[in-house]
Design a protein around this ligand. Structure first.
Ligand code: NAD
Length: 261
């Protein structure tokens, strides 16, 4: 498989799963626009590293995925920089853990905006070019929480179920245009997003850190192991290849058996 001459935008790719997806696509030869927050010097190191390691062009957009105008601006900037957006990966995401009656309203709004609405805004902006070129790949990082619930994660689970529905709908709309639309549903992947929810989960469930890791996180996963960011990156690269051209509207689980239960 080669993605040479293709250009990708990967949202939320300054860290964790998004960075691993950006590296997987670059390894196949795609030019990549990365996006997300972080220290400027760290982001520049990642951007320059992608160019050096894989001999591709890599640009950075600081667009905030909670802002529709900035999302449209990011897609326009990528089209200008690379001549096209052939691959769109909606990956940016945040988490907040709290009982429903204490769930801060602004956290609900933020999670729905970043984890769900941003995918709508990015697809809306990128699809016209993909349709015109009759080739495209849209992948969203959903979650095992797109298929199943967990207590204290009302906004996150709602947003991820929304991503699964959006994926099916847009896949059907684009089925005859050479554009596939899929989501990937990882179980627990050891990234800052998971590490940062440990204190709130300790509070919400009255557990220690070790108990949260073993009795909550890995309890969900029959393999008793975390998924790696690189495994998710490899799945994304596969979905971009010719072998996956008949996979569309799918929700690809990579969850150590979590959702088989
Ligand atoms: P992470 O915290 O390592 O990375 C999140 C990325 O999103 C970072 O680059 C961050 O800067 C960016 N981001 C956050 N808010 C943003 C905003 N407003 N605008 C632009 N970028 C923003 O987390 P991760 O675990 O790599 O999560 C990536 C995706 O994978 C998320 O959608 C998450 O829900 C999903 N996911 C994670 C796991 C897991 O166990 N880690 C499991 C299933 C799904």
């Amino acid at each position: 498989m080669s993605l040479k001459s293709k250009a990708a935008v990967v949202t939320g790719s300054t860290s964790g799963i998004g960075l691993a997806i950006a590296r997987s696509l670059a390894a196949e030869g795609a030019n990549v626009m990365i996006n997300g927050f972080g220290k400027p010097e760290d982001i520049e190191k990642e951007r320059a590293g992608l160019e050096k390691d894989f001999g591709v062009r890599c640009a950075y957009s600081a667009a905030d995925m909670s802002k529709p105008d900035q999302i449209a601006g990011m897609i326009a900037e990528a089209e200008k920089t690379f001549g096209a957006v052939d691959i769109l990966v909606n990956n940016a995401g945040v988490q907040h853990v709290a009982p429903i009656e204490e769930f801060p309203v602004e956290k609900w709004d933020q999670i729905i905006a970043i984890n769900l609405s941003s995918a709508f805004h990015a697809m809306r902006a990128a699809v016209p070019g993909m349709k015109a070129r009759k080739w495209g790949r849209i992948i969203s990082t959903a979650s095992a929480h797109s298929l199943t619930g967990s207590p204290f994660k009302s906004a996150y689970v709602s947003a991820k179920h929304g991503i699964a529905g959006l994926t099916k709908t847009v896949a059907l709309e684009l089925a005859t245009f050479g554009v596939t639309v899929n989501c990937i549903s990882p179980g627990y992947v050891w990234t800052p997003l998971v590490e940062n929810q440990i204190p709130d989960t300790m509070k919400a469930r009255g557990l220690t850190r070790e108990q949260v890791i073993h009795d909550v996180l890995l309890d969900a996963q029959p393999t008793k192991q975390f998924v790696t960011p690189e495994q998710v990156g490899a799945m994304a690269a596969y979905l971009c290849g010719e072998a996956a051209s008949q996979i569309t509207g799918a929700n690809m689980c990579i969850d150590g058996g979590w959702t088989a239960q």
